[in-house]
Design a protein around this ligand. Structure first.
Ligand code: SF4
Length: 403
């Protein structure tokens, strides 16, 4: 494994080396070997894939399924996938098709496509035609978050997809099963929140590139096991010695769906940026706080209310006015960041349509920012390294005047 970012305390005796290696193997498991092993151990149980950003994994866990996050194919060569799409869209649908046609997703019993953009909508439709024997569900997420409208609609969507999954052989969705799964999910969320806090407070102990691997590993794990992995990393990272580095503190925004290559995240770190917050793996952090279970309220309603009432203001949600800009400014202030790096997937409409408004809000607030685009298979990082290096130098020298 590559050295972990060059921060002080990373030696051959790094206490977190083993858990990071475990997380890396899980995060990079494109052949879904972990999922195959899980199905062998749990005969008859279903593995259900889902596209980014937010799919309520907890509902599938409650039905005895293993939810599996599909985040494209990273750096593998795209041979067939390109012929299914025009050139001017993002990379993740082509690489998902490539994986599907290459048989790497055969272990999945179904796929869920959340309605975050036209690309995923089209991909969901194509999937039905390409793999007619498999479950292919389109999860229509509401864009009106009033409980009586969007909330009830969303609950109806969850019931519909639960019924479809049950028809394929999953356990029925029961109140007891969902409550149990929500408790495990809440425990995972608290562990993730601790990881995020450690990154903010002592970024030299838990780098963004490491937190990314630890979070992404959860895409092929049940919440309970993932919580253990996060806590194992936390315990090891807290033992690290070393000093804070003289880096600028940044928030990275715009990479919520197609994920940047790990090498790109490390490049930002090497260019002198401590990434205190980001929206990589946003699906795991989509809801602020716990999914609250209340006496007398069905667990499915709690789940639907958590999404509609406490979902994070991100590009895949329609939020009017300057709310998202103000939310970003709040995040910057809360983690005492010096600036924002916008890193969006090329041709990602939701991210790139939001970005000018967010940039405008930051400029008005005097918060420095810079931007670049990437694809999951970007292989050359030199230009980004120079740009990020110039940004961090300018923030160090001129603070709020940099842009
Ligand atoms: S990267 Fe952007 S445009 Fe592409 S599928 Fe994801 S949200 Fe849609």
């Amino acid at each position: 494994m590559e050295p972990t970012g060059g921060a002080p305390g990373r030696t051959a005796a790094d206490p977190a080396a083993d858990v990071l290696e475990k997380a890396r193997v899980l995060a990079e498991d494109l052949a879904l070997n972990t999922v195959k092993a899980w199905k062998q151990k749990n005969p008859g149980m279903l593995a259900i894939g889902h596209l980014p950003v937010y799919t309520p994994r907890v509902m599938f866990e409650a039905m005895g399924c293993l939810p599996v996050a599909v985040f494209g194919a990273g750096e593998i060569d795209i041979i067939k996938g390109d012929s299914y799409f025009q050139s001017y869209i993002c990379h993740i649908p082509r690489s998902t098709v490539e994986l599907g046609l290459g048989g790497q997703l055969d272990v999945l019993d179904g796929m869920v496509f959340p309605s975050i953009c036209d690309v995923i909508r089209n991909l969901g439709g194509m999937w039905k035609l390409m793999f007619p024997a498999k479950m292919s569900a389109y999860l229509d997420l509401p864009q009106n978050f009033a409980w009586g409208l969007g909330g009830r609609f969303y609950m109806g969507e969850l019931k519909r997809i639960a019924a479809e999954t049950e028809k394929r052989g999953a356990r029925p969705l029961t109140e007891e099963g969902l409550r149990r799964a929500i408790k495990a999910e809440n425990a995972r969320r608290r562990a993730l929140a601790e990881l995020d806090a450690l990154r903010r407070e002592e970024p030299h102990k838990a780098r963004a590139s490491e937190a990314y691997l630890v979070a992404r590993a959860g895409g092929v794990m049940l919440a309970e096991e993932h919580e253990k992995l996060i806590r194992e990393f936390l315990a090891a990272a807290r033992k690290r010695t070393g000093r804070p580095m003289d880096n600028v503190r940044v928030v990275v925004a715009g990479s919520f769906c197609e994920q940047p290559p790990l090498g790109l995240i490390k490049t930002l770190e090497k260019a002198g940026c401590d990434i205190l917050e980001d929206d990589f793996q946003l699906g795991l952090r989509m809801i602020d706080g716990d999914i609250e279970l209340k006496d007398g309220m069905p667990a499915l309603e709690s789940l639907a209310r958590a999404f509609t009432e406490r979902g994070r203001d991100t590009a895949s949600r329609y939020v009017p006015d300057d709310t998202k800009g103000q939310a970003l400014i709040r995040r910057v202030k809360e983690c005492k960041a010096d600036g924002v790096v916008f890193a969006a997937a090329s041709f990602c409409d939701p991210a790139l349509l939001d970005q000018p408004m967010l940039e405008h809000a930051l400029t008005r607030a005097g918060i420095p920012h810079t931007s670049f685009k990437f694809a999951e298979n970007t292989g050359q990082f030199q230009v980004i390294r120079e740009q990020a290096g110039a940004f961090s130098d300018s923030v160090r020298l001129w603070g709020g005047q940099a842009a």
